[in-house]
Design a protein. Structure first.
Length: 493
């Protein structure tokens, strides 16, 4: 491919490698993140000599646009690494095919059962695991899981995995690895548990053979993934196409930073992802907690405060002195005490990099994007550090502010306008939150309904009245005195 110039700098020449011969990986969740993360590491592994049977078949859950574009572009697209210093385009050539699960539901099950597939990777977002936020268990009452348990082609990710594993057990019995790449704590064991719960919920002994196979021959390593990937824009589409000299309808913008820490527990081999910089480690739990709390937890606070301040992007939000101060405090005083840093990762350096990454003005990551799906994201980010602080006799004021600003964006008191960036946030809990807000007279009412009634942040935090009271006070301050007053109050507390 061609040398390219985007923004202020010159991109290096990008050669398009030969496509892999066949696929050993099935990826569920063919979104931008996968295409700028696992695909790039796989391209590096292939370039370093991993067998060319490690191509990827990408599965989009419902959306046809990426699949159609991938097919029209011979499975190629560009990743635009964007920083204030400039932009570099790369073209990972690793996908051998792509399809839409909703259009070919049985094909997902067949692919998981196919012995040529040795790894199933997942980026289906926190929302895609069909678990109850209150209990962490499979939400067997949800319509999609209930339908998948009845039989027929499954629509949920957990149903697809369980039915695919069931068919694999009955057919070849070939070993398999399922690798979750979503921002869930202990994502490997969490996924294993949900798939087991699905199989255990099948009538009679229907799931017995698959359960035995799963326990013996299917591994679920945990992994921590990290790369900020905003949504693509029409501008990037036009510029990438111009620079590549070929039409690219699906370029992916991404920051230069990328990290992948993986537990090395693969039942049927794996590509040499370390060629792209992946770290194989027994400390994935530490990497996950570091990332989900220091990065994602703080990110949520920046996004909700930024949206309430009427700010469109994360770099603009962190550019406001009081949001920067709030982010520094929540990270160092409220999240850091709840984690242990992985060996060899320096806290001060990691923090310095985070603020630099959030400040990437060229990337334009939007507050609306980070604030979307807060009900499932915050469930992963805040309960444990909040409970730990409370158990130590301290009120985590900035975590309380995170929840208060989230609820002010998604469940505002009648008469309060959170602004267009908050209004644009989508969240499955919106209808339930709107109902709670409509019946509430003040912040305390909303906080109680969301945290205790709906148990949005799990059972444990539901039973912490001091925290709920603090969240309620902060909602009243936001809706009555403005978000600046609530930040000032929390920072000074
Ligand atoms: C963000 C993440 O949208 C969000 O909630 O916190 O998507 C974040 O950008 C990635 O996890 C970075 O790896």
């Amino acid at each position: 491919m061609t040398a390219a110039r985007l923004g202020r700098s010159v991109a290096t020449t990008v050669a398009v490698a030969d496509a892999p011969r066949s696929a050993g990986i099935l990826h569920l969740g063919l979104g931008s993140f996968h295409r700028a993360h696992q695909a790039v590491y796989t391209a590096a592994a292939l370039a370093a000599g991993s067998g060319d049977d490690w191509g990827i078949v990408g599965v989009a859950s419902r959306s046809r646009s990426v699949v159609d574009a991938m097919r029209a572009q011979d499975m190629l697209y560009s990743v635009a690494e964007i920083s204030p210093a400039g932009t570099r385009l790369a073209v990972p050539a690793v996908h051998t095919d792509a399809f839409v699960a909703a259009d070919e539901p049985d094909r997902v099950v067949r692919a998981i059962a196919d012995p040529a597939i040795r790894i199933v990777t997942l980026t289906v977002t926190e929302n895609g695991y069909s678990y109850s936020p209150a209990t962490g268990h499979l939400d067997v009452a949800s319509p999609v899981i209930a339908a998948d348990l009845q039989g027929g082609s499954p629509a949920s990710t957990i149903g697809q995995l369980a039915r695919g594993i069931q068919r694999r057990a009955a057919a070849s019995g070939a070993p398999l690895t399922v690798l979750s790449c979503d921002n869930l704590a202990a994502n490997g064991s969490h996924t294993r548990r949900l798939v087991r719960e699905f199989l255990q919920s099948l009538p009679g002994a229907e799931g017995a053979e698959a359960l035995a196979f799963l326990d013996e021959r299917v591994s679920f390593p945990s992994s921590m993934v990290d790369r900020i990937v905003p949504s693509t824009t029409p501008e990037l589409r036009a510029r990438a196409s111009e620079l590549l000299g070929a039409r690219d309808d699906i370029p992916v913008p991404a920051e230069p930073f990328t990290m992948w820490a993986i537990e090395d527990d693969f039942r049927a081999g794996r590509p040499a992802w370390e060629a792209g910089g992946a770290v194989f480690t027994e400390e994935v739990g530490r990497y996950e907690q570091m990332k989900v709390r220091l990065l994602n937890g703080t990110h949520s606070l920046i996004a909700y405060l930024g949206a309430l301040r009427g700010v469109e992007t994360i770099p603009e939000a962190i550019g406001l002195a009081d949001i920067d101060a709030a982010a520094r405090i929540v990270l160092a005083d409220e999240y850091a005490p709840s984690i242990e840093m992985p060996s060899g990762v320096d806290f001060d350096e990691y923090r310095r990099e985070l603020f630099e990454r959030w400040g990437n003005t060229a990337l334009g990551h939007r507050t609306t994007q980070v604030g979307t799906d807060g009900s499932v994201k915050l469930r992963q980010r805040i309960p444990e550090p909040a409970v730990l602080a409370l158990d130590n006799g301290a009120m985590p004021h900035l975590i309380a502010l995170t929840v208060a600003s989230y609820l002010s964006c998604l469940a505002p008191l009648p008469g309060f306008q959170p602004g267009r960036f908050a209004d644009a946030m989508t969240d499955a809990a919106r209808p339930r939150l709107a109902e709670a807000a409509a019946g509430a007279r003040n912040g305390a009412g909303i906080a109680d309904a969301a945290i205790s009634g709906l148990q949005l942040f799990g059972e444990e935090l539901a039973g912490r009245p001091a925290f709920i009271t603090r969240v309620g006070e902060l909602i009243d301050t936001i809706t009555g005195g403005g978000v600046e007053a609530a930040v000032a109050d929390s920072v000074a507390a």
